[in-house]
Design a protein around this ligand. Sequence first.
Ligand code: 5GP
Length: 200
Amino acid sequence: MKGGKLIVFSAPSGSGKTTIVRHLLEQKELNLEFSISATSRDPRGDEKEGVDYYFMGLAQFKKHMKNDDFLEWEEVYRDNFYGTLRTEVERIWAMGKNVIFDIDVVGGLRIKRKFPEETLAVFVRPPSVEELKIRLKKRKTESEEKINMRIAKASVEMATAPRFDFIIENDDLSIALKEAEDLVATHISKDIPTKIQEEE
Ligand code: 5GP
């Protein structure tokens, strides 16, 4: 596989990374296309098939796992699988665009390991786990139990921040957006060696 650049945004759920990724997608000069993940979970709110995710049942997801169709996959929450299909990155690179990912910390670091030169891996850090809880409650898209599950995972995820290329502190959104724009612009303007790393 070879092509453009890869931009990974990872963070605990509720840290604002999706807002940052959406903002970056609006900056046409960055030439970014969103990597639509596959997931075994059901659609939430007004999420659409083939826009937010490729929604599929667990059986189909496991079939893709068995066929080695994923660049990376994770059981992010119990019984909720998420993964990046190889065909998704190929689709975007074939368009001549750079790929932007909104994925969990483990998946993000895996992409970085597979494509170290091409990938910019950014961790979005929320002000605190307490603030995260407030944001998730405000979002009103998950049950109390699901919110608690996401909060429990957040502390573990926060500990992986130093392994990313950059950390963006998201306590002031407008500053975080500007910082993200600058980081991505610098990364996509970089020349990288033509040698493509072997996949794991
Ligand atoms: P949500 O259910 O809120 O849409 O996503 C839950 C978590 O799964 C988020 O942290 C999101 O970034 C992550 N996620 C989404 N797609 C992928 C993917 O393809 N791979 C991995 N590893 N995580 C993903």
